[in-house]
Each structure stands twice: as C-alpha cells, then as structure tokens.
Design a protein around this ligand. Structure first.
Ligand code: ADP
Ligand code: MG
Length: 698
C-alpha cells in the first residue's frame, strides 16, 4: 500500500471502518438509514456508538465532541470525556447511543436573531450521520446540526441538509415523470477552491488590524504588485511548499482529498482545492480545512489569511464553488455529453437552472454578501455584483436554436489545436473557453459560482442555490406529472424557460462598463453592498420560496437575517475601533516623534549657517504636519460617529449607518495614514509594510 493510501482517511470513521467494526446486519441497517434518510432507532445508535468509541480510543481519543456550525460561521465544539466512574470507584470509558445522537447546549450563547427573544435558552445538537465522524487532537468529533429548544435551525448545516432534501425530492419527481425508474436519489455536489494568503507570523503578530480583523486597515502600496504576472502558477517557494506538504498530509488524514495546490495571482496568494463531495460533506470539510490551514501555518511560523481582502489594492480571495447535481446511480445531470442537442434531460435541467438563477438572482447574490466581500465584488479582480450565467459557444448555440426553432438539431463540434511543432501532440479543444469574469459559469459538467468569499462557510451559498433550483424543479415536476405526454411537455418547458429567462446569460467580459449598462437595460439587478443584498432575503418571493421548499420558516429566515446583519455591524465596529487604536496609540505618536526629529534637524542645520537644505526639510515637516493634523481630526470624528452608530437599535438602520457614515471616514483616515507612511522615515514606521508582508518570504 502506498504511503498516501495508508494515511488517507486514517482519522475518519468512514464506511470501511464501520464495515470492519459492526456486525454485518448492523452495518447494512446503518447504511440503509444513511442512504435513504431514515430515522435511527436506539438499538442501532448504541451499536454505532460503541463501535465509534472503540475505534476512537484506539486512535488515542479521550474525549468526544458534538461539532457544529453556529451562525458565527465558525465551528463550535464542547468536549466531554468518555470517562465515567463505577460504584466501586473504578473508571470506565463510556459513550452511549443517546450521547451520539443528541447533545445539549446553551443556545443563548450563540447568535440566534429573533429566536432568542421568544424561545428558551436550551438548544440541541443532533448527529448528522451523512457526514463522517473523525478523530483530531485526541478527540472524537461528531458532525451535528444545531437547533433551538423547539427545533428552529440555529446553524449553517440544518438548512443545507433541508435544501438537499428539497432538491432530492423535486429532482426525483422530475426524473420519475420522465420515465427514470432506476435512480433513487438526486444529490448536489460541490468542490470549493480555497484561496488564501500566507505571510510571516512575526509580521502578522505586529499588526493589530490583522490580529483583530483579519485584514490590513492601513498600508501604502509597494513599488511592485502583481503587474508582472510572475506569481500565478509560479514555482512555489520552499517555505510555502513546506506548509503545503504538511497541510496536505493533515487533510488527507482527515479524509479531505486535497488535490490541487498552486500560487495565485497576487504576491503571497495561493490556492488549494479538494476533490468535490456532497455539499454537506464538502461544507464540513471546507470548515475543517480552514481551521487546519491556520494551525499548520502557525507550526511553520506563518499566518494564513482567509479574509476576502487582506490587502487593499492587491487581489482578494474567493472560494470558487463548483456545484453540480447527480444521481445515486452515478449520472452527472450537468454532463451535456458530446452532442447536447440529443440530451433533452440535460437541456431541461439547464433551462431549470437558467430560470432559477434569473428568478432568484437577488437572493443568490445575498448569499455571498459579507463585510469582506464588499471590498472585493465588483472590483477588477472578482466577478461583479451582477449575477449572470456563462454558457460558452456550444451551449449558447443550442440555446439559440431552441429559442428560434423550439428545438436544437445540431451541436457545434470541437476543433483541433495544432501547435505547429512535430514534437507536440495535436489535441481536441475544449468546447468552451474559460470565462474568468463570470459569476456563474458553466465549466463542462458543473457550474462554478465565483462570488463566494474566501473566509465564509459555503453552507449559505449552497443551501440557497439548492433551494432556488429545487423550487423550479418542483414547478416543472407539477407540470410534467399533469401532462399527458411528459417528454413533449419537457421540451415545451425547456423552450419556454429559455425564451423567458435568457437575459441572465452573458458570455462577454463581466468586468467591463458596457456590461453594467447592458445588464441595466436587461433589468438585471446590480447590488453592490452588503445590506442591500441581505435585505433581499426578506422579499416576499424569497421568504415564500424558503417556506415552500421547507428549508426555512419565515421566523427562521428573519432571525438569520438579523444574525447576519448584526455580524456585519460588529465587524465594522471592531474594524473602526482597531483603526482608532492603531492611529492614536501606534501611528500618530511615532509621527509626532518624527516631526520632533525633523524640527531638531532644522535647528541643527540653521546653526551651521548653511541653509540650502532648510527649505526641503521645512516642506517635509509641513507635509507631515498637515497630514498628522488631518488624521487626528478624522480619528476624533470616527470615534464620535462610532459611538453614535453603535447606539442605534435597529440592526438594519445601524448597518446602513456603518455603510454610509463609518466606512467613508475610515477610508478617508486611511488615505492620510498611507500618505504618512510614504513620508515618514521607514525606521520609525511602527507596523510592517505591504512590501514586508507580501514580498518577505524566502
Ligand atoms: P479551476 O481550473 O477552475 O481552477 P480546479 O481544478 O482548481 O479548477 O478546481 C476544480 C474543482 O471543481 C475541484 O474541487 C473539483 O473537485 C471540482 N469538481 C470537478 N468536477 C465536479 C463536479 N462534477 N461537481 C462539483 N465539483 C466538481
Ligand atoms: Mg483552481
């Protein structure tokens, strides 16, 4: 066995461990439950718990933990030891079925939005048997969903699991109506490409902004950025490679198939992508991956920055969310095949997705809104805030045929690439070139949703995409089930959806100003900020969709809105307070000292009687003083505004005030500080510069 296959999944209570540890009948019963979404009975729970405990103890575990994903976007864990005492004072290791399937937790300590006011504090964690348990740091981690005393979702996982159910239910209805009798399940998958920055940990520890907020609030641009294009896919530096190798091993042990690693566009920026999995498992794995990245970086004396925009003026980080749907018997429903015009099921599903993305564009946009992404979306590095779909030449041509003639009768064929040297192979071109600017791009057998921010859980975007698409599947299923000729009806629906929703398709340059204007003419929305995006969650159309698909009740939706907006407000407050502290306590004191230094230099020069340099020195003194006075004024103003804004009660109103009042002052304060940085003696400057952080790695 290769080294890799020995370590891969060695810390995971996966299918083969279960098969080895459980009696065959029990194993089969458990598999049946997991695969068919059935409810576990207490005997089976006991059997699994006992096998899990035995396995975990063999792996060195002393504790177990219900691992969940509250609305903070982080993961949460409370450790209980397996330890129990007997009457005669001895200890035994215990773990019951009850402890496996249900845990209790104080819900009021986690963000709950409106639900907090009306419900008791008690909350529950419930075992999610579709995502495997694992051992890490001598603890058995059990993936769970987190809900309130009366069953309201308080976490990221519950709506995701519900959305998978909705997609499965209505997806299966469509397949059945079209005569599929073999598939049992429709499953959504995702592969999330994770971008990140790595910098030296000593430099990180010297920057309060990075420590408190994950991004730099100040920093003037270094002479060199990414303009040379010498970073993307560049040879990986030794220290970074050491980190990547260690990271891969840690991830493999946890059963996370890290597959791709490379340098990204910006200096000090990198990417890791695992092999895709069901959206639920992929979401858990992405959370675990982000935590592991931070830990492994620390071991290597590095800091891993997952923020969407750690450095102003330098490309930010996203998390390309490669989404697809397939059946349990192995069919990728987004695989067009060599001749898509002969694949009516694919075309129907494509038209369903086109309609879903058009009808629910705003709520899909809202799913990626967070404070960090406001600094990234719509600038010339990331998709704009306008949602559109890229289909590429072949599918666009098919769509045109359907639109014009009601059906497609031929598919464009791919041509050959000839490189002109006899030593090089001739190969078939991909049907579609890539379009790196599209927010929702078809990439051959999946859609790549590129707006997702690098720091956030992918649960939000995926439960919203799943639900939106499930909703249109439901509409189509109703029509197909009522039709006399389902195939003919499917064809009619495909043409109708394409005609009515083709405005969402755009194959051109999404970064161009022309597209902004064109999108406006098409009536597509362009929501460029957090609060306007999040508000769309509360639009009646969206509230109803979540209810209809049984993914979120109106109350759950409202409470999540509040939690997310509160979170944005808190982030902005922390950023403002950090900026104030850095300017008042670190930067301005140094600037004043330097002013004193120049002033005494001037006096010394005067004493010599040689005056030619005096004018230069005075000009410097004046420039720096003007900026210092201006920065001081702004920082005072910022303090006042933050005080005022943080006393606003209504979360939405407060959020608007952060956007319109606090952020502009922060930005303007930053301009002064960044100019000061460019003037003050580098020896004096109290915090590491962009140059140090981005180009400091050997
Ligand atoms: P890119 O070339 O776009 O940077 P990468 O190769 O870095 O893409 O990552 C592609 C991601 O898409 C991987 O996580 C991969 O596992 C995932 N992926 C591939 N096929 C599918 C699919 N059918 N459904 C979902 N994700 C997929
Ligand atoms: Mg990639």
């Amino acid at each position: 066995m290769s080294e890799l296959s020995k370590i891969f999944g060695s810390q995971v209570f996966n299918d083969s461990v279960m098969r080895a540890k459980l009696p065959t009948a029990t194993y089969n019963a458990v598999k049946n439950i997991i695969e068919n979404n059935l409810t576990l009975d207490s005997n089976l729970a006991e059997a699994i718990a006992s096998a899990m405990k035995e396995w975990a103890i063999e792996k060195g575990a002393t504790h177990y933990s219900h691992w969940f994903q509250p609305m903070t976007g982080m993961t949460a864990e409370k450790h209980d030891s397996f330890l129990s005492t007997t009457k005669d004072g001895n200890i035994i290791m215990e773990f019951s079925g009850k402890e496996l399937i249900k845990g209790e937790s104080d819900a009021s300590s986690f963000p709950t939005g409106g639900i907090r006011a009306t419900f008791e504090a008690r909350g529950y964690t419930a075992w999610d048997c579709t995502s495997p348990a694992f051992v890490k740091d001598r603890t058995l981690y059990i993936p769970t969903a987190f809900c309130s005393y009366s069953g309201e979702a308080l976490d990221k996982k519950t709506p995701l699991l519900r959305s998978m159910d909705a997609l499965n239910k209505h997806g299966m209805r469509v397949l059945r109506a079209l005569g599929n009798t073999s598939s049992k399940k429709v499953i959504s998958y995702v592969g999330a490409e994770q971008e990140y920055f790595l910098i030296d940990r000593d430099l990180f520890m010297k920057r309060k902004d990075l420590i408190y907020t994950g991004r730099t609030l100040f920093g003037s641009r270094p002479p060199k950025g990414q303009e040379m294009g010498d970073q993307y896919y560049a040879a990986i530096k030794t220290r970074v490679l050491g980190f990547m190798q260690d990271l891969d091993i840690e991830l493999w042990r946890l059963g996370i198939p890290g597959k791709i690693r490379h340098n990204e566009t910006a200096p000090a920026q990198h990417e890791i992508a695992p092999i895709y999995n069901t959206v639920n498992v992929a979401t858990d794995q992405n959370q675990l991956m982000m935590e592991t990245m931070k830990k492994v970086a620390a071991k290597h004396g590095l800091a891993c920055l997952l923020h969407e925009k750690p450095f102003d003026g330098v490309n930010g980080s996203g998390k390309h969310n490669n989404w697809s749907i397939g059946t349990d018997d192995g069919v990728n429903l987004l695989d067009p095949g060599p001749e898509p015009h002969k694949n009516p099921l694919f075309l129907l599903i494509l038209s369903i997705i086109i309609k879903a993305v058009d009808v629910y564009a705003e709520v899909i946009r809202s799913s990626v809104a967070n404070a960090g992404n406001d600094l990234r979306l719509g600038t010339h590095e990331a998709p704009p805030a306008i949602i559109s779909i890229f289909l590429g030449d072949q599918l666009t041509d098919i769509i045109r045929q359907i639109e014009e003639e009601g059906e497609a009768t031929n598919s464009l064929h791919s041509s050959k690439v000839k490189m002109g040297a006899s030593a090089l192979p001739i190969f078939a071109k991909d049907f579609n070139d890539r379009n790196r600017t599209s927010p929702f791009a078809f990439t051959g057998n999946r859609f790549e949703f590129r707006m997702v921010g690098s720091s956030r859980s992918i649960a939000g975007p995926n439960f919203i995409i799943n639900t939106a698409i499930a909703d249109i599947f439901a509409e189509v299923a109703d029509r197909l089930e009522a039709a006399e000729d389902a195939q003919a009806e499917a064809k009619a629906i495909t043409a109708e959806f394409i005609r009515n929703h083709k405005r969402i398709i755009f194959n051109g340059d999404n970064y161009s100003q022309e597209w902004v204007e064109e999108a406006d003419r098409r009536g597509l929305s362009n929501i460029n900020n957090f609060i306007d995006a999040k508000r769309t969650l509360l639009q009646e159309k969206n509230v109803k969709m979540f209810e209809r698909m049984r993914v979120l009740s109106e109350k759950e939706n409202q409470s999540r809105y509040e939690v997310l907006v509160e979170n944005y407000n808190k982030i902005n407050k922390i950023e403002a307070l950090t900026a104030i502290e850095m300017v008042e306590r670190d930067i301005l004191p140094v600037v004043h000292r330097y002013i004193g230094e120049i002033a005494s230099c001037i006096n010394q020069v005067k004493e010599t009687g040689i005056n030619i340099v005096l004018e230069t020195q005075k000009r410097l003194l004046e420039d720096i003083s003007v900026l210092a006075v201006s920065a001081d004024k702004k920082v005072r103003k910022l303090k006042e505004i933050v005080d005022e804004v943080s006393s606003i009660n209504d979360v939405t109103e407060q959020s608007v005030a952060y956007r319109d009042e606090v952020i502009p002052v922060m930005r303007s304060l930053r301009e002064d500080i960044d100019q000061l940085e460019a003037l003050v003696d580098a020896q004096y400057w109290p915090i590491p510069t962009y140059g140090d952080m981005l180009f400091g790695m050997e």
